[in-house]
Write a protein that binds this ligand. Structure first.
Ligand SMILES: Nc1ncnc2c1ncn2[C@@H]1O[C@H](COP(=O)(O)OP(=O)(O)OP(=O)(O)O)[C@@H](O)[C@H]1O
Ligand SMILES: [Mg+2]
Length: 259
């Protein structure tokens, strides 16, 4: 049974960076899921999905509906079997180190319902093949409403040093309870903007605070140059912070030379 890890938090706090760095320390087989319409995770991992011949789920769904219109087959239920095989074939990027699947942008104006439903229905089968499933979320709380992933093992909430972030913790616990999104552990992580003093806020929180991710100038530089974060050196301060955080959360770490 796969362990499902979700990285969440407000905009720009470092959710995707955490997913990439955490994935360096977790053993394959593992699946990364990008729920952010921005689809930046693949870039941060150094993968060009279109060059690999892979589509996001929204595009696959759109194409299938267009192709089946002529045959009189429309509607999510009718196309469900076609969709499930498209997920495995057209959408799932596979590599020895990790697999990746991305949700993509909105399918129709104002609604993610159809691609969300496709991914949600596929998740129970998809995750069977993995030890770890690591989900990168879009900013904010709305992704919980979409209920794509409802059985979470470890929910990592990445925070910046602001009152809004502190309020965000309560919002996460409230919304997950209301929506019946379950998690076994909720862990708080301070991002690179925290100082010793501001960390005190998090230490006094009810939920488990696992530490902060150190500032790492290489991360900014790599992002600027479009270099994959997987190539960060082993002694990258941010990477070592994520390693420490995972150890703190009880994870068995797999050290390796990523290059
Ligand atoms: N440890 C760090 N040290 C320095 N800069 C960092 C660190 N972590 C992240 N950043 C910078 O913060 C910015 C946001 O990081 P990231 O994309 O991981 O955040 P995010 O929460 O996923 O953002 P979004 O809400 O847009 O998805 C990036 O420009 C990155 O360069
Ligand atoms: Mg992100």
């Amino acid at each position: 049974m796969a362990r499902v890890i979700v990285s969440t938090g407000r905009g720009g706090v470092g959710k995707s960076t955490f997913v990439v760095l955490a994935s360096r320390y977790l053993k394959p087989p593992k699946l990364l899921i990008d729920l952010d319409p921005d689809e930046s995770l693949a870039d941060m991992l150094g993968i060009d999905l279109s060059q690999e011949g892979k589509k996001n789920i929204s595009s696959a769904l759109y194409d299938i509906i267009q192709e089946n219109k002529g045959a009189g087959r429309t509607g999510y239920d009718l196309l469900s079997d076609v969709l499930q095989s498209a997920i495995q074939g057209d959408c799932l990027y596979r590599s020895p180190e990790f697999d990746l699947i991305t949700l993509g942008t909105k399918f129709t104006v104002g609604c993610y319902c159809a691609p969300d439903a496709v991914l949600k229905d596929s998740i129970p089968t998809l995750v069977e093949d993995y030890e770890e499933v690591i989900v990168d979320s879009p900013a904010g709380l709305e992704h919980f409403n979409r209920k794509v992933v409802v059985d979470i093992d470890d929910l990592f909430v990445i925070l910046d040093p602001s009152e809004k972030s502190i309020k965000h913790i309560k919002r996460v616990t409230d919304i997950t309870r209301e929506l019946k999104v379950s998690y076994k552990h909720l862990y708080l992580i301070g991002n690179h903007r925290f100082t010793e003093e501001t960390e005190e806020y998090l230490r006094s929180a009810r939920e488990a605070y696992l530490g902060k991710i150190d500032y790492d100038p290489d991360i900014r530089q790599y992002n600027l140059e479009g270099k994959p974060l997987l190539e960060l050196p082993e002694d990258s301060p941010a990477s070592l912070s994520v390693r420490r955080i995972l150890v703190e959360a009880g994870y068995r770490i797999r050290d390796r030379n990523p290059t």
